[in-house]
Design a protein around this ligand. Structure first.
Ligand code: AMP
Ligand code: ZN
Length: 457
């Protein structure tokens, strides 16, 4: 078995990955808050952890990995969206979840084994809060439940921050019901316009962090292998998850390996609405950038480095994928090349793996190229439609244009037999030709038949 090495944020080192149970390797990744289309940055953790999911399954076996990624479907941003649009919260979250799965599927991301919604785990969150209160790690005040940060001595260890840094970084809300300004909200009261549930502390709703602690515990247990997310989540979200989980289940390890991806930028700048360089995955797909092209661009930057999305990279990626698809078309995948696996096993060095794919392509090793690319979710059947469409489209239009020139020449030469043959042939093949003042224009009818068209050559 290959040695898989992963960079663990907890120790700031690349470590050999040893699962708790090789029969069931367990991974939890923080998922999206569902109120809007995913932007391109949101897709980065999805693709990064999709590659890890595929590599784990390659190493430990298809059925020996449990991958959980949640949907945050209770959040004040969702409430604001509902209030502003006059729509029901449930309609917004259902629609956004369907969009998310669709858009991420277009990037070749496999769905996780479990995709729990926070609202389905409110009872489990309440039980966890009761446990924390009982052990003295949380307290109720003014309809709120707060986590007492001072009660957990390792608070801040993951991100390596001092209390002062954390206070500065968290834009801590000072509230008179808090014992310590750093204490964070587990539960807060709801009025009748906000979503809410009955609890021992009154009608209310959870704060954000508790959901991941409750859902990972229910689905993966008190100790699991890998926890992932963007590095913007390291503090406070992941620090808070650790504090809650370790205090509620002190005999567990919670997550053993913490992986964080760096952020995505666009043409060298932070992606933001005010800079006008903000776009969603769907925007790109609608502009004709294939999901596979987006995925391939992502692979060229290591997940722990900031990645820059540029139009040029997308063009280059498309050209490379077209070449590779032409080489591998109709070829059966054989085995994964050792250098590709070695690169991926080395803390997901996808850029190194892509370099190895280039070598396979140059050597004409089509079967190995196909199998190796598939491990990264590339050159797969599901993602190939874009290249087939365009390849066939190009071929057909070139042929039709050539036959139209042929017809024009036949007419000029008064070769009426050939001109008629072409006119009847177009009709039989399902190509509708119209002569206009600007020349002939054509479109394909239903029942278009490429073989009949080719017979006209
Ligand atoms: P949000 O909806 O903002 O909570 O983000 C959902 C996920 O997208 C989190 O895992 C974030 O870390 C990630 N994310 C947000 N912006 C970016 C970005 N520019 N680059 C990479 N990941 C991002
Ligand atoms: Zn989380």
């Amino acid at each position: 078995m290959v040695d898989l090495k992963l960079h663990n944020t907890k120790t700031r080192k690349k470590e050999i990955f040893t699962p708790i149970d090789a029969e069931n390797v367990r991974m939890y990744v923080c998922g999206p808050t569902v109120y809007d289309r995913a932007h391109l940055g949101n897709a980065r953790p999805v693709v990064v952890f999709d590659v890890l999911n595929r590599v784990l399954r390659h190493v430990y076996g298809e059925n020996h990995v449990t991958y959980v990624r949640n949907f945050t479907d209770v959040d004040d941003k969702i409430n604001a969206r509902a209030a502003q649009s006059g729509r029901l919260i449930g309609d917004i979250t259902d629609e956004t979840i369907a969009w998310f799965l669709d858009d991420m599927g277009a990037l070749g991301a496999r769905e996780p084994d479990h995709a729990p919604r926070a609202t389905a785990y409110i009872g489990k969150m309440i039980a966890m809060m009761e446990n924390l209160i009982e052990k003295g790690h949380a307290y109720a005040a003014d309809g709120h439940v707060l986590f007492a940060v001072e009660s957990y001595e390792n608070y801040g260890a993951l991100s390596g921050r001092s209390i002062d840094d954390m206070i500065a970084g968290a834009r801590v809300e000072i509230a008179d019901y808090k014992h310590n300004p750093m204490d964070f909200v587990l539960w807060k009261p709801s009025d009748e316009t906000q979503p809410g549930w009955d609890s021992p502390w009154g009608y209310g709703r959870p704060g954000w962090h508790i959901e991941c602690s409750a859902m990972s515990y229910e689905l993966l247990g008190d100790s699991f292998d890998i926890h992932g997310g963007g590095n913007d989540l390291m503090f406070p979200h992941h620090e808070n998850e650790i504090a809650q989980s370790k205090c509620a289940h002190p005999h567990g390890d919670f997550a053993r390996y913490w992986l964080h991806n760096e952020m995505l930028q666009v043409e060298g700048k932070k992606m933001s609405k005010s800079l006008g360089n903000f776009f969603t995955v769907r925007d790109l797909l609608d502009q004709g950038v294939a999901g596979e092209v987006i995925r391939f661009v992502f692979m060229q930057t290591h997940y722990r480095k900031p990645m820059d999305w540029t139009g040029q990279k997308a063009k280059d990626a498309e050209a490379t994928l077209r070449k590779w698809r032409a080489i591998t078309d109709g070829v059966a995948p054989t085995n994964v090349a050792a250098p590709v696996l070695a690169a991926l096993a080395d803390d997901l060095n996808t850029a190194g793996a892509v370099a190895a794919l280039h070598q396979l392509a140059a050597a004409g090793e089509a079967g190995v190229l196909k199998a190796s690319a598939a491990l990264m979710g590339l050159l797969t059947e599901e993602l190939g439609a874009w290249s087939r469409d365009v390849a066939i489209g190009d071929e057909v239009s070139t042929l039709i244009e050539a036959l139209l020139t042929d017809r024009a020449n036949a007419r000029a030469d008064k070769n009426w037999a050939r001109a008629d043959e072409l006119r009847n042939g177009f009709a039989a093949a399902g190509v509708l030709v119209k002569d206009t003042a600007d020349g002939a224009v054509w479109e394909l009818a239903n029942g278009f038949d490429l073989t009949k068209l080719e017979a006209l050559k």
